[in-house]
Design a protein around this ligand. Structure first.
Ligand SMILES: NC(=O)c1ccc[n+]([C@@H]2O[C@H](COP(=O)([O-])OP(=O)(O)OC[C@H]3O[C@@H](n4cnc5c(N)ncnc54)[C@H](OP(=O)(O)O)[C@@H]3O)[C@@H](O)[C@H]2O)c1
Length: 200
C-alpha cells in the first residue's frame, strides 16, 4: 500500500484544494502560497477570489462555485486534471455529507486531507459524557469521510480571562500542522472540556 505523505514536500508541484479560503483559512492560503504551493480556492464570491489571486501573484486559482451545486466532483476533476491535488484543507461546516465526500474524493487517496470540525462535534452526549478527557477517537465513525482523512476539531482558547474562540490565524496554523504531519493524525485545537466553559 502506498505510504501517506505530506502535501508540502519540497521539490514537487504542490497543489492544495482549500475550502473556506476567503474566511477562516485565509491565513493558511497566504502561508501556503508564500512557500510556493499552488492553491485552488473554492468560494462563491468571484470578487474575493480575484483579489486573492492578485495578492498571491497567481498562486491562487479561483474556483468560483457554490459547493452544493450539482457536478462538484466533475468540476474538481477538471480543475486538477493537469496538476492533481496533493492535499486539501476543508472548512465547510454547513456542507452536506455528499459534498464533503466529493471534496475528499477529489484528492488522490494517499494524499493528506484535513477536515475541520466545529466544537459542536465534541459536545457531550449520552455516550461521550462531560468529563476531563475527550479525544477525536470518541467521534462517531461517520465523522471521517474516508479512512485516511485527518480530522481537526476546533475547540476554544482558555485565555487569561474568559474563554474565547480561536482566531483564523490560530486555526490556519493548526490546519497546516495537521496537513504537513508525515503520518496521518487527528488533532484538537484548544479545549473542548469542561463543556460549560466554552465561549458564548
Ligand atoms: N471553534 C469553533 O468551533 C468555531 C466554529 C465555527 C466558527 N468559528 C470561528 O468563527 C469564524 C467565522 O466562521 P464561519 O463559519 O462564518 O466561516 P468563514 O470561514 O469565515 O467563511 C466561510 C468560508 O466558506 C466559504 N463558503 C461558505 N459557504 C460556501 C458554499 N456554499 N460554497 C462555497 N464556499 C462557501 C465562504 O466563501 P463565500 O461566502 O464567498 O462562498 C468562506 O470562504 C471563524 O473565523 C472561526 O474562527 C469557530
Amino acid at each position: 500500500m502506498p505510504k501517506p505523505h505530506s502535501a508540502s514536500r519540497r521539490g514537487e508541484d504542490t497543489h492544495l484544494l482549500v475550502v473556506g479560503a476567503t474566511g477562516t483559512l485565509l491565513p493558511a492560503v497566504h502561508a501556503a502560497t508564500s512557500r510556493g504551493d499552488l492553491v485552488t480556492a473554492v468560494t462563491r464570491s468571484p470578487i474575493a477570489l480575484r483579489d486573492l489571486a492578485h495578492r498571491t501573484r497567481g498562486r491562487v486559482r479561483p474556483f468560483v462555485r457554490d459547493y452544493e451545486d450539482p457536478g462538484l466532483g466533475a468540476a474538481l476533476a477538471e480543475a486538477s486534471r493537469a496538476r492533481p491535488f496533493t492535499g486539501a484543507l476543508l472548512y465547510c461546516p454547513l456542507a452536506s455529507p455528499l459534498t464533503v465526500q466529493a471534496l475528499v474524493d477529489a484528492v488522490p487517496r494517499n494524499r493528506p486531507v484535513v477536515l475541520l470540525l466545529t466544537s459542536a462535534h465534541a459536545a457531550p452526549t449520552a455516550e461521550t459524557e462531560e468529563g476531563p478527557a475527550w479525544s477525536p477517537a470518541r467521534l462517531p465513525r461517520d465523522s471521517r469521510p474516508s479512512p485516511g482523512c485527518r480530522l481537526l476539531v476546533l475547540g476554544w482558547a482558555r485565555g487569561a480571562g474568559a474563554a474565547r474562540w480561536h482566531t483564523a490565524d490560530e486555526i490556519s496554523a493548526a490546519a497546516l500542522a495537521v496537513l504537513d504531519a508525515a503520518a496521518p493524525r487527528d488533532a484538537v485545537l484548544g479545549e473542548v472540556r469542561p463543556w460549560a466553559a466554552r465561549p458564548r
